[in-house]
Design a binder for this molecule. Structure first.
Ligand code: N01
Length: 547
């Protein structure tokens, strides 16, 4: 049953007399999979990680498009569990670029000697739970079968790239790339005519940089985007030194924030309706000048009340009118929907880019793309020609990378069947019918609404502590109860329903993928979630059957 590999040492582990290749099989070597491996190893477990890419880094390995950068500040978007690591690593900018985050991921892998337990260029194709032996059997793209007592999906929330099925897509004779699968060797855009479809976070980041590199850029926009300035700058030495002198406190203050970030950004506890017009403008202007996603936290009710939200929308609309010189282009770029219900984007010179002579905006919301042609694409009234077509069309978020593995739990039930009406979990960590399987930052956990690395750490620690707890007591399996799942799904929904989040077509709801059931997938509020996870443990894994 074991798969021989020159770079992996296998120590057979026992599961009440059954021999398995490793204690834990982990899928994915991004920040979640790497920390999972490190933590479990520290606890004495044998682990094998499978990774489809040639290197570590997950999201930051795949998303190499021009301009790719994090929207959480670098001093926060990093592992917090190891004091020496956070002291040693030097960040260079307020928001880290993709290459810098990828170097950090590689540094982490080297520092903790992770690579020997990671099998690269190997995709997990299926995984099945053997109910008689309480073992997961994991089949991989190299034809191997690996058995483990536990199975952890650390596949990331935004790692299944979505390319729309537009008629004629096979006919395009130029270069076609997706931002989420950008070639490692890069794409030389010098002198090229480029078309880009999509104006979410990826498109908004890529467009200004691509516009500088290429000859001509045509942006195909279906929905205009709210975006606020990132105000990225080189990271001041004094700032880095200051935070490092009190890193633990800095982290702890962030753990108490709803998104596990931004504790040092000024906070307000008043409604947008409670202040004068002048004060409202001043405060929104301050947030605009400061830069960053916490623009929406300038008042308590921007994401709760439509009339409050309208003020913030209007502020950004006015800015677009001021920045973009051509009134027709400005009008096409101006969104009308709720601000924040699609993820708020932060940008560097996005709206300014539309003042460049080599950039043209095409509204494919009012006149959709009809087909892709050999040399470009066409709408009802116009043909467009370009050499490179960039899809910045997003991801099958949160569930895509789980559902593309054939996972079979108890009674032959597959995860695809289980989630046919939308993802259902307990704590975003476990699924009834799938014993000893865990999802890191799965649907129903705060994940994408937080500083992801911090959420990942909390999940990894919870999962590894759970495995230790079971072993210390001689238990072999843990499985969520259906009633716990039911209550959890209700909890996630009721949190979302109190906000404006479900009010537009966002990937949070799965609305960007044709045919995907609309369910608001992430849970709002990090500290409450952590408390609940801790309580479950204190109550001897309440909501689970352990045996
Ligand atoms: O994807 P998106 P993304 N025809 O789904 C359009 C994270 N991230 O990759 O809005 C025409 O947001 C679609 O239009 P519409 C971050 O969490 C973070 O940009 O559906 N257009 C939309 O404009 C982010 O939210 C960072 O009408 C089509 C775009 O494609 C998440 O990843 C950077 C279309 C997709 O936007 C996803 O962002 C990058 C079609 N057929 C990503 N299909 C940072 O840290 C789709 N679109 C800063």
């Amino acid at each position: 049953m074991s798969v021989d590999s020159p770079d992996i040492t296998l120590g057979p582990s026992s599961n009440r007399g059954e021999f398995v290749d490793v204690d834990v099989v982990v899928v994915g070597a991004g920040f979640a999979g790497m920390y999972m491996l490190h933590r479990l190893r520290e606890l004495g477990y044998s682990v094998r990680v499978f990774e489809a890419g040639t290197g570590v880094g997950g999201t930051w390995y795949w998303n190499r498009y021009p301009g790719a950068r994090c929207d959480v500040e670098s001093l926060e978007y990093s592992y917090s569990f190891d004091e020496k690591l956070q002291q040693d690593w030097e960040w260079t900018e307020r928001y880290s670029s993709q290459p810098e985050i990828l170097s950090y991921a590689n540094h982490f892998a080297d520092r903790f000697d992770l690579r020997r337990d990671i099998r690269f260029e190997t995709r997990v194709e299926s995984s099945a739970f053997d109910e008689d032996r309480n073992i997961w059997s994991v089949r991989t793209s190299d034809g191997g079968l690996t058995s483990g007592r536990f199975f952890v999906m650390a596949t990331g929330c935004l790692s299944s790239a979505a390319t729309p099925d537009i008629e004629g897509i096979q006919e395009f004779s130029g270069t076609m790339v997706h931002t989420g699968q950008w070639p490692k060797e890069g794409v030389d855009l010098t002198g090229m005519r480029v078309g880009i479809i999509g104006t979410g976070s990826s498109g908004v980041q890529a467009i200004p940089v691509i516009a500088e590199q290429c000859d001509e850029l045509i942006v195909f926009q279906r929905t205009p985007q709210y975006t606020v300035p990132a105000r990225n700058t080189p990271l001041q030495v004094e700032r880095q030194t200051d935070v490092k002198s009190r890193y633990r406190d800095f982290r702890e203050a962030n753990f108490l924030m709803p998104q596990a970030l931004g504790a040092e950004v000024p906070k307000y506890d008043d409604s947008i309706h409670d202040v004068s017009d002048e004060e409202r403008r001043e405060r929104l202007q301050e947030a605009w000048d400061r830069g960053g996603t916490l623009f929406l936290a300038s008042f308590t009710d921007v994401l709760l009340d439509e009339s409050a939200n309208f003020h913030a929308q209007d502020f950004v609309r006015e800015k677009i009118g001021e920045i973009v010189s051509d009134p027709e282009t400005a009008s096409k770029l101006t969104p009308e929907h709720i601000i924040g219900c699609k993820r708020l984007v932060i940008d560097t010179d996005y709206f300014e880019t539309f003042n460049r002579p080599n950039v043209r905006l095409v509204d494919v919301g009012s006149e959709p793309i009809q087909r892709i042609t050999e040399s470009g694409l066409s709408t009802q009234s116009e043909e467009f020609q370009f050499d490179v077509l960039v899809f910045a069309t997003g991801f099958d978020a949160m569930t895509g990378s789980i559902l593309r593995v054939d996972i079979t739990g108890r009674g032959g039930m597959t995860i695809q069947e289980k989630w046919s009406a939308g993802p259902r979990t307990y704590l975003g960590l476990t699924v009834p019918g799938f014993p000893n399987m865990f999802t890191v930052s799965g649907p129903g956990s705060p994940s994408v609404l937080t500083n992801m690395i911090i959420s990942i750490e909390q999940h990894v620690e919870w999962i590894s502590d759970c495995i230790s707890w079971l072993d210390e007591r001689g238990y072999v399996t843990i499985e969520a109860k259906s009633e716990a799942e039911e209550a959890w799904v209700d909890h996630v929904n009721s949190k979302a329903e109190r906000t404006l989040f479900p009010s537009c077509n966002s990937w949070y709801l799965g609305a960007n993928v044709p045919g995907k059931t609309r369910v608001f997938m992430p849970l709002l509020g990090f500290p409450g979630y952590v408390r609940r996870c801790d309580q479950v443990v204190e109550n001897n894994y309440e909501g689970f059957v352990v045996q």
